[in-house]
Ligand binder design. Structure first.
Ligand code: GDP
Length: 140
C-alpha cells in the first residue's frame, strides 16, 4: 500500500460544527477511496503520542487538548499520489492562507482548529494509519 495511501482525521471542531458529511463528500469527489474509517474520542495520551513530533512546539499543549476535546473521524484514504493530492485538497495549515474551495478554507475556524489532518509523507502515512488501525481494519 506504500505510496498510494494517506491518513486523515476530521478534527473535533469540524465534527462539532456538523461538517463530517460535507468533508467526506469532498474526499469522495476528490477521487479518494476510503479503505479504513472509525469514529473515536482520543485520550490526551493518544493525542499526545500521535503529535509527539510537535512536542517542542509552543502550541503542543493546546493541540493535544483540542484533539482530545471530542470525537474525531479517523480514516485511511487510497489514491495515486495520495499524500500530495490530499494536501492540495485540504489546503494550507492556516485557513486564512488556504486556497478557495479547499476543506480548510471552507470548514476550519483557525490555525489550531483547522478541520482536518493530512499526512505529510508516504512514510508518515503508513505510521499514522498503523497507529489507528490494525491490518484487519484496512480494506485496500
Ligand atoms: P499540517 O501538516 O498542515 O497539519 O501542519 P503542522 O504539521 O505544521 O502542524 C500540525 C497541527 O498543529 C496543525 O494542523 C494545527 O492543528 C496545529 N498547529 C500548527 N501551527 C499552529 C499554531 O501556530 N498554533 C496552534 N494553536 N496550532 C497550530
Amino acid at each position: 500500500m506504500a505510496g498510494n495511501i494517506t491518513f486523515t482525521m476530521i478534527k473535533p471542531g469540524a465534527v462539532k460544527n456538523g461538517h463530517i458529511g460535507a468533508i467526506l463528500n469532498h474526499i469522495n469527489k476528490g477521487g479518494f477511496k476510503i479503505v479504513a474509517m472509525k469514529y473515536v474520542h482520543l485520550s490526551p495520551q493518544m493525542a499526545g503520542q500521535f503529535y509527539a513530533v510537535h512536542k517542542e512546539r509552543p502550541f503542543y499543549g493546546e493541540l493535544v487538548e483540542f484533539m482530545s476535546s471530542g470525537p474525531i473521524v479517523a480514516a485511511v484514504l487510497q489514491k495515486d499520489n495520495a499524500v500530495e493530492d490530499f494536501r492540495t485538497l485540504i489546503g494550507a495549515t492556516n485557513p486564512a492562507e488556504a486556497a478557495e474551495g479547499t476543506v480548510r478554507k471552507l470548514y476550519a475556524t483557525s490555525i489550531g482548529e483547522n478541520a482536518v489532518h493530512g499526512s505529510d509523507s508516504d512514510e508518515n502515512a503508513l505510521i499514522e494509519a498503523n497507529f489507528h488501525f490494525s491490518g484487519t481494519e484496512m480494506f485496500a
